[in-house]
Design a protein around this ligand. Sequence first.
Ligand SMILES: [Ca+2]
Ligand SMILES: [Ca+2]
Length: 372
Amino acid sequence: MAPCWPLGLCLLFLLRSPVSSEEAGSSCHSASRAVKNAGEGGSVYESVSRAEDLRFKYSKKANIERPVQGALQQMAFIPAGVFTMGTDEPAIPQDGEAPSRRVHIRPFYMDRYEVSNAEFEKFVSSSGYITEAERFGDSFVFEGLLSEEVKRTINQAVAAAPWWLPVKGANWKHPQGPDTDIHDRMDHPVLHVSWRDAVEFCAWAGKRLPTEAEWEYSCRGGRENRLFPWGNNLLPNGKHYANIWQGTFPSNDSGEDGYTGTAPVTAFPPNGYGLYNMVGNAWEWTEDWWTVHHSAEETHSPKGPSSGTDRVKKGGSYMCHKSYCYRYRCAARSQNTPDSASSNLGFRCAADTTPDDILEEMKGHSEAVLNR
Ligand SMILES: [Ca+2]
Ligand SMILES: [Ca+2]
């Protein structure tokens, strides 16, 4: 079924297989835009920009101002190592959490925080970038966050997940519908960003998206076979370590962890690598195409399938509750089409080296010290 939005954009809502009660926690349906057929045309983007194009687009030659100040401090060095990716005790088997497999990872850098509205605003103001949700004219918003006025104007919902509503005018600047803004949440994760938007931001910042393996390795923070970045106990000493849902989904979020909706990207304690909100708060895009079939063989720096229709997202969000979406675990995973955006999906960037602008700045500083 492909219901059409009044603007003529067909939306194909991803429907997962029916689940049994034993699979409680697996019905976290995603809201996705239609997968465009090859040659159909009319896509927001003619094609996904190639990495080389993006490197030039955001180079100094193109006269685009890039972030430098403080960027290094916001990345953590992730040391090389080998870890157990996935799990042999999958909570949601149909997501392809199994089998567990040994994965070697090269050293890299990871953003300590989800990309915030403040950072995304810097990107937009220096580059003039327009997100896909802005081009499409709509995005998916969780019903519980919408005003009654906006809700009255909407007569569509995602069949399998009626709490997702396509909202005209919802985008990163208006995360809970056109009658909301971000002025009081500049330190919250940017939302309503598609995979392509995330790729563009990271290129501008001199970075890239993490692979799924890098993301999961980062999530685990040096711990082996644990459910969460901090261990196996959801509430160590009764304390909350992530922004998820408490109460009854989707009708009542008690906000016991301190937040209904998103939290600042700096909230809650960091994991062993100094990374914040790897699980909960906002879902995070990764570079990889989605598949649920994995080899149990040992691999080095895997990059996922060479093609696909959906991209992998990791970590769960403030909407996750064990009863219906037990995906705030490092091994958990889900997917969306690359042009999809929603009110609980963001990202963070990775880098192989510190961004070159920062290295230049450091070099300049060293020379200034030597010349004193
Ligand atoms: Ca919460
Ligand atoms: Ca997160």
